[in-house]
Structures are given as structure tokens and as C-alpha cells.
Write a new protein. Structure first.
Length: 206
């Protein structure tokens, strides 16, 4: 298993612990449906997925998952207010064109939102930029700058500030690094902006 795959599975395992059994869940950017499948079978959720890649949609449907083709930047408006208990967005916020609007939409659609994202202020990122003067590649950001889908990289501090501007409450947050088990953090502590390779947030409206 690659470091990126190990990190993704730890991300998903932490999300399973945040979602209550039997909840209504929308997984946005659900990929091939691994998280949605885990949530369905282990937490008994009523799951739906939104995925932009038609090949991934086909894979999800073949697994028996309720997934439609769609785009987080344009298609979230089609979902009614509070139609889900949780709206989940894993490692995708940095790849959308309008992250502020997408984040606000998550808390319109869902009672709570679960968001994970890479932290561009992690010490390895800073070290790569300082010593090599190049865009970093890590297990959280494993692709070169010219082939990545990421267009809005941010830090933990950037994200917590945006949550405050949108009136969102951070109910829980966890740090992930190098495929290790997620650990609870206070994302407002400056040290976590150095230590967390990626982070996971459980959000609600204040």
C-alpha cells in the first residue's frame, strides 16, 4: 500500500468514527466509492454520492452505491436545504474553483459537514520550499505541480479563519500524517499548523 493510500484509509477510518450509525450522508467527490461503501456497510448509513468522473460513477454503481455524476462547483445547488445529516468532502476542497461557496453549501445541504484537506504549512512543505525552492511533493500532495488537480492550497490557519468568516463551528478536528492513525487536535494552536500533514474537520453552524 502506498503512503497516499495508507493516509486515505486513515482519513476514512476517522470519518467512520464521526458519522453516527443510520445517518443520511452525501459523499461529494466520492471517487470509486470506497468511503461510501465503508459507511454503508459499517455504519449502516443511507448514503448518496456525487462524482464528476463517469468512470468512477460506473464503478460505484457496480458496487451497488447510489451515485450520480456531478460537480461540487455547480451541482450542489440542486440539493434541498438540510437534506442530509452529513455532507462529506474528502481531500477535494483544494481542487474546487469556489472553495468558500462550496464550504457554505455543505452546511446548507447537511446538518453537519465533514471536510479533510492537505495542510500546505506542514513542516515538510516549508522545508522543501526553503531548501529546494520547488513546489513540495509529500504523501498528502503526491503529484507534481503541473499534473495536480489542486488549485486552492491552504493551511490549517487559512481554513479555520474561513470557518470563522462563514460562521461555522469546528466541533472536532483531527490531524493525519504519513498514514498514522488520526489524532485529535486544537486547530487553532500554531504548532498544529506545522505538525499536521493533513487535517479532518467536523463542522456545524453556530
Amino acid at each position: 500500500m502506498s503512503p497516499a493510500e495508507a493516509a486515505r484509509r486513515e482519513d476514512f477510518r476517522a470519518i467512520l468514527g464521526m458519522v453516527r450509525p443510520g445517518a443520511r450522508v452525501l459523499d461529494i467527490g466520492c471517487g470509486e466509492g470506497l468511503l461510501l461503501d465503508m459507511l454503508t456497510h459499517e455504519n449502516g448509513v443511507e448514503g448518496r454520492g456525487l462524482e464528476i468522473d463517469p468512470a468512477n460513477v460506473s464503478l460505484c454503481l457496480a458496487r451497488g452505491l447510489a451515485v450520480v455524476q456531478g460537480d461540487a462547483d455547480h451541482d450542489l445547488a440542486d440539493f434541498p436545504n438540510q437534506s442530509f445529516d452529513y455532507a462529506v468532502l474528502t481531500q477535494t476542497l483544494q481542487a474546487v474553483r469556489r472553495p468558500r461557496e462550496v464550504l457554505a453549501e455543505l452546511l446548507r445541504i447537511g446538518e453537519r459537514a465533514i471536510v479533510s484537506l492537505p495542510n500546505f504549512a506542514h513542516w515538510k512543505m516549508r522545508w522543501e520550499l526553503l531548501t529546494r525552492g520547488r513546489m513540495p511533493m509529500t504523501s498528502a500532495l503526491p503529484r507534481a505541480w503541473w499534473e495536480t488537480d489542486n488549485i486552492h492550497l491552504c493551511t490549517l490557519r487559512d481554513f479555520t479563519i474561513l470557518c470563522g468568516e462563514l460562521g461555522l463551528k469546528i466541533e472536532a478536528s483531527m490531524a493525519l500524517a504519513q498514514g498514522q492513525a488520526a489524532r485529535p487536535i486544537d486547530p487553532h494552536r500554531a504548532i498544529e499548523n506545522w505538525r499536521a500533514e493533513s487535517a479532518l474537520f467536523l463542522l456545524s453552524r453556530k
